[in-house]
Design a protein around this ligand. Structure first.
Ligand code: SAH
Length: 237
């Protein structure tokens, strides 16, 4: 983790995914940039910028870049929901990323499939210290049958539902645990800007034919409370 005074960026795609975080910020002020509300406040004496990016890699990259360049964020945490792809990963479980990949990126035959052109990397690693802190907070925040996994998350500009779509990603990345639409974009921005980052996802579906069912109820009943508990613990320690 970076030694400068922490300026935290907390990001999600959709408002529910941040849980009650925004309501817990003290002395909040809002800046509206590019149609997004960047809310600055204090949490346990630390400066936090919270924002919802909307869905997809471009939206996530725009938002992460703004957090870093405009607000001086030097620790970035992304929370949200994802589809489970790993064999052991069930609905309700939590996945903390160690690495992220863009499953829909291919500049083949100019570059190997999946490699970020001119960056020379396919998988981007999360910051180990921040990821460990997020994992510890997540472990303490689990309830009932929820289990914690850590490993590879794949991102792309597609909602993955159905066996064939899911299998195509597993074929390229056999160790993949979850699929979503923003994490690897945030990872690339943070990698290129030199900002430590971590990503946590609650599994809302298993990327099968029923993936879009109960999405709203799951967010409200499971993902939002989990995010509230994790972020409260992350800032308590
Ligand atoms: N039904 C929702 C749409 C959610 S799109 C709505 O109406 O608002 C999916 C969002 O959840 C994205 O931000 C993505 O990161 C995550 N996600 C959850 N399950 C996913 C899946 N199976 N494939 C891709 N992204 C998924």
């Amino acid at each position: 983790m970076n030694k400068a005074t922490p300026v935290w960026g907390l990001m999600a795609a959709l408002p529910e995914e941040l849980g009650d975080l925004v309501h817990r910020l003290q002395a909040p002020t809002t800046h509206r940039i590019a149609g997004r509300d960047f809310i600055q406040g204090q949490l346990q004496g630390q400066t936090v910028h919270a924002v919802t990016a909307r869905i997809g890699k471009v939206a996530a990259a725009l938002t992460a870049t703004t957090l870093i360049e405009r607000f001086g964020v030097n620790h970035l945490v992304f929370v949200g929901v994802a589809g489970g792809l790993g064999q052991q990963v069930r609905r309700g479980d939590v996945v903390v990323a160690h690495e992220l990949v863009q499953h829909d990126l291919s500049a083949w035959p100019l570059f190997p499939r999946g490699e970020i052109p001119l960056l020379g990397k396919t998988r981007l690693s999360c910051d180990p210290t921040l990821t460990q802190a997020l994992q510890t907070a997540a472990q303490e925040a689990l309830v009932g049958e929820q289990r914690l996994h850590s490993g590879l998350i794949a991102s792309g500009d597609q909602f993955i539902q159905g066996h064939d779509m899911a299998q195509r990603i597993r074929d390229h990345y056999p160790d993949v645990l979850a699929v979503e639409m923003e994490g690897a974009a945030v990872a690339q921005v943070c990698e290129e800007c030199g900002v430590p980052f971590a990503v946590l996802r609650t599994i809302s579906d298993v990327a099968d034919e029923g993936a879009a069912h109960d999405f709203v109820a799951f967010m409200r009943d499971t993902a939002a409370p989990l995010a509230s508990r994790v972020l409260a613990r992350l800032f308590a320690g």
